[in-house]
Design a protein around this ligand. Structure first.
Ligand code: ASP
Length: 408
């Protein structure tokens, strides 16, 4: 029976079941927790080989260096400009609503391990070139893996015909296999979502009153983030789809329901990547050549939601401490928010850690992070959804600019 219901409906139903389960069966949450764990293991299992084979086969199929350069340029142009638009939307709302002004600083909590997680932007750039590619694989360092895969794919096109054909076939074949495995894992998304959501809700459930109180105090801050995210997701990106890509934004949104719901439940662009690739290819009709290049890159580099969130959070903290940020400092916030979003990994709470970079750059107290911890999870779910939505819009826009005819 379950087979007859479309996957995204199954996920939505399980999302609600998960919330109810977490709220009312809090003590029995371990009975469903394993489903989430198994599902996440499945996704993590496919991520590295999927990215590797997809980029290598994508790059070899793109062929010549000038094609690759053109596609790379368009992709980066889209990523940077949409991220800046997102940040500006956040800046607008945080200046309009002034959520930090008068916020109660009594809610400061200690954030541990932050200094360790901080890495300068220069280091991040240099670490893109792995010293040992196998370490990059085992530790899942996405930027290094992407870098290696692009180089490897490019040089496959430069070797003797004999090896070129062999390797191209090999990686195309391996990619097909990885997609099949991915589709198999995706079938279990509804059960995985049930497990994950039940646990998240149960963790908060015991503390409902404290949570409600914090929510009230942080309410306007949340509204500023959510208003910015909504403006970006429902106005800016659809306008790009309509006028730049010339496709139907609504149809594309419907095509993306499954990955978007998964992004919301898992708070991870990386974990959602296999579903994003499947949906953009099979539902929206973007060629594998484009998706296999833009989407893995996008999951790591293009985070509109995170960029917006970084900016609002830093401004909120400044306001809460009564620190007036002038125009130039706000420009610095925008620039560092962009860099922080590029540097953030596509995993839960990565964005929260990256805020410390902005705080340091602008000279704001790091303890300010304690203010926003309590509501990070829910905002993480929302910003991750926007991150994935923007990645998918990017793939569609670039595909259209390359003259592809799509289903949306
Ligand atoms: N969780 C986000 C993502 O995976 C990153 C972040 O924490 O902002 O896209």
């Amino acid at each position: 029976m379950l087979k007859k219901i479309a996957l995204h409906w199954q996920i939505l139903i399980m999302l609600f079941v998960g919330v109810l389960y977490g709220l009312y069966l809090t003590e029995y949450v371990s009975y469903v927790e394993w489903m989430g764990t198994v599902f996440l293991h499945g996704l993590r299992m496919v991520i590295v080989p999927l990215i590797l084979t997809s980029i290598i086969s994508g790059v070899t199929n793109i062929g010549t260096g000038s094609n690759l350069g053109r596609l790379g340029f368009k992709t980066m142009l889209y990523y940077v400009s949409t991220s800046i638009l997102a940040i500006l939307a956040g800046l607008f709302f945080v200046n309009l609503l002034q959520p930090g002004v008068g916020a109660d600083l009594g809610f400061i909590k200690e954030v541990e391990g932050l200094a360790v997680a901080r890495e300068s932007f220069g280091d991040t750039l240099m670490n893109i070139i792995p010293t040992n590619i196998f370490v990059a694989f085992t530790e899942g360092q996405m930027l290094s893996i992407i870098f290696f895969a692009i180089i490897f794919g490019y040089f496959i096109t430069r070797v003797d015909e004999k090896y070129n054909v062999l390797l191209t076939d090999f990686f195309n074949g391996s990619f097909e296999v990885m997609m099949k495995i991915t589709m198999f894992v995706i079938k279990f998304t509804p059960l995985g979502v049930l497990g994950i959501v039940a646990v998240v809700v149960a963790e908060q459930a015991g503390d409902t009153y404290a949570l409600l109180d914090i929510m009230r105090r942080l309410g306007i801050y949340m509204i500023a983030v959510l208003a910015g995210l909504s403006l970006h997701a429902f106005v800016t990106l659809p306008l790009i789809l309509k006028f730049v890509a010339k496709v139907d934004p609504w149809k594309h949104l419907k095509a993306m329901t499954t990955p978007l719901l998964t992004a919301f439940s898992t708070s991870s662009s990386n974990a959602t990547l296999p579903l994003t690739m499947t949906a953009v290819e099979e539902n929206s009709g973007v060629s594998n050549k484009i998706t296999s290049f833009t989407l893995p890159l996008g999951a790591t580099v293009n985070m509109d939601g995170t960029a917006l969130y970084e900016c609002v959070a830093a401004m909120f903290i400044a306001q809460a401490y009564g620190i007036e940020l002038g125009f130039l400092q706000q420009v610095l916030v925008v620039a560092t928010a962009l860099l922080a979003s590029i540097g953030a990994a596509g995993i839960p709470m990565a964005g929260l850690v990256m805020i410390s970079i902005i705080l340091t750059a602008v000279g704001l107290p790091l303890e300010g992070l304690g203010l926003i911890l309590a509501v990070d999870r829910i905002l993480d779910m929302c910003r991750t959804t926007v991150n994935v939505w923007s990645d998918s819009c990017g793939a569609v826009t670039i595909a259209r600019s390359e003259g592809e005819q799509l289903n949306v």
